[in-house]
Design a binder for this molecule. Sequence first.
Ligand SMILES: C[S@@+](CC[C@H](N)C(=O)[O-])C[C@H]1O[C@@H](n2cnc3c(N)ncnc32)[C@H](O)[C@@H]1O
Length: 236
Amino acid sequence: MCGLFGHRWTTHGAGSQRQLVEQLQSVYRMLERGILKSERVLSAMLATDRALYTDRSPYTDAPQPIGQKATISAPHMHAYALELLADHLRDGASILDVGSGSGFLTACFARMVGSTGRVVGVEHVWRLARRSTENVRRDDPNLLGNGCLRFVVGDGVLGWAEGAPYDAIHVGAAACKVPPKLVEQLRNGGRLLVPVGRPGRAQWLTQVDKKPDGSVSSRKMTTVTFVPLTESRHSQ
Ligand SMILES: C[S@@+](CC[C@H](N)C(=O)[O-])C[C@H]1O[C@@H](n2cnc3c(N)ncnc32)[C@H](O)[C@@H]1O
């Protein structure tokens, strides 16, 4: 366990000295580069031990395979997304995480919206959806027990109408264009973050804001590399 800026930091994983140093290095680099800015994001990320979501080099700042041809995104990418959405991740907010994969980022969302918030992770590979539920249960069963967080199996291109409207929607895979259903399911004043681009070409992390009057604007934030947001494959 280690304290950083007053935070208690528990390593539930192997907890070796090398891993601890890697974790520290990764956090310092993110702070230095200005990717990690706010106390709230730092708290959520430190509370969510990546070793519970992947056993492959969990404290290295790089994506790691999680099976089913999917990856857990790099910590700096999680930090970047959390910072861009932070103002929308308030107590009691409703959040949708499309392509929730390992469940790491979904758990961070749940921590940021508190026990009165609602977070849905939608994943089209049922084995990943099941594993992400197990990951969160090992992390903190209360996140699932109080109904704040749940994982569902579905085609995230269609969003998850049952929980709409959402204050924030995050997409963890690259779409060819901004999925219209996701814009529809965004609350007025809400924010959607989605990588947009075709496989093998430049992808832009795109921020879509629905203003209080319902009008929509979008902005390209940075170039990224994500796996494609694909067609439904619920049977795997
Ligand atoms: C980069 S990975 C996981 C990202 C996740 N934020 C994490 O760090 O664990 C992207 C995920 O999107 C899922 N995915 C791809 N297309 C999808 C779709 N149409 N609907 C739902 N999930 C999808 C993949 O199965 C994969 O788990």
